[in-house]
Design a protein around this ligand. Structure first.
Ligand SMILES: [Zn+2]
Length: 288
């Protein structure tokens, strides 16, 4: 790892989290942090990056409190996500509606529990769906609504699962390869991961991506091939991937409001952005 002595305290220069390349070029700046594009593989990542000790384990699991920039990202339950998740899950796990065997599912970084709420109506009868969420207010909110969510970290999980989901977690994880290795540790053989993330690295210049980057809360932005490569190198085979627009009329109106209050959004006409939400289902390769 290269480390320039001229970097300010609290940050360090890092190689590309995917290809380990040291050559990168500027892509965007936000909240005083720089997001660069790897010249080797095209991955986008924050560089220099907050030092590991300042990226606590909660951040690695996709939840955040207050960064040095006073960026406060707690959020709130988003009920609108539930019908969306149900549709995507039904499409990507078609065997669930065909009398498949029960599954054990762990949602890592369960947030306010929208995915777990959605799963209840999708998984085969007898399935167990649990979540872990290290941010106490979020986990408590889940439990108040009857969801099996522990205030816990992935490293503390002792049980084994058929499927681990990571919803909007990828961009918060500084070392996704190591994170996938940790996920493998709680999966049965031939277990699966289900990922939701954006395709930021697929879309060209920053101005094409409507939403704020939320640096340094978000540390990495991948694209289809970056996700595929991370998974392949960790021993997962892609089962299916689906891509969904995020720039409908409602989204555009919301971004106009954000722009008016000074948020770093990039405005465009509805239904014109190449930005997509990616859903990925991948299965552990059979041991050779
Ligand atoms: Zn790279």
């Amino acid at each position: 790892m290269s480390q320039a002595t001229s970097e300010p305290a609290g940050v360090e220069r890092v190689p590309c989290p995917l290809c380990k390349g040291l050559q990168d070029e500027p892509w965007a700046e936000e909240n005083g942090f720089h997001c660069v594009r790897c010249r080797g593989c095209g991955l986008l990542f924050v560089n220099p990056r907050p030092r590991a000790e300042s990226i606590d384990q909660g951040v690695q699991l996709g939840v955040h409190t207050v960064e040095s920039t006073a960026l406060h990202v707690v959020g709130a339950r988003s009920a609108w996500k539930i019908p969306m998740f149900k549709k995507v899950l039904s499409d990507m796990f078609p065997e669930f509606s065909q009398g498949d065997r029960p599954v054990r599912w762990l949602d890592v970084g369960a947030g306010f529990g929208e995915l777990l709420e959605s799963l209840k109506d999708v998984v085969p009868a007898g399935s167990v769906c649990e979540g872990i969420e290290p941010m106490i207010p979020k986990a408590e909110d889940c439990r108040r609504r009857g969801l099996a969510v522990r205030t816990s970290y992935l490293a503390d999980v002792k049980e084994r699962y058929d499927i681990v989901s990571i919803i909007d977690v990828f961009s918060h994880v500084p070392d996704f390869a190591a994170f996938l290795a940790e996920i493998k540790g709680v999966l049965h053989s031939r277990g699966e991961v289900f990922i939701k993330t954006g395709n930021g690295a697929d879309i060209g210049p920053r101005g094409v991506l409507p939403d704020p980057l939320t640096l340094p809360d978000h540390l990495v932005f991948g694209g289809r091939e970056h996700l595929r490569r991370f998974l392949d190198e960790a021993g997962f085979d892609m089962v299916s991937m689906s891509a969904h627009r995020m720039d409908g009329f409602r989204h555009t109106v919301r971004n106009v409001v954000k722009k008016l209050v000074g948020k770093p959004v990039c405005l465009g006409l509805p239904y014109t952005s190449p930005a997509r939400v990616l859903y990925i289902r991948a299965r552990l390769r059979a041991a050779s």
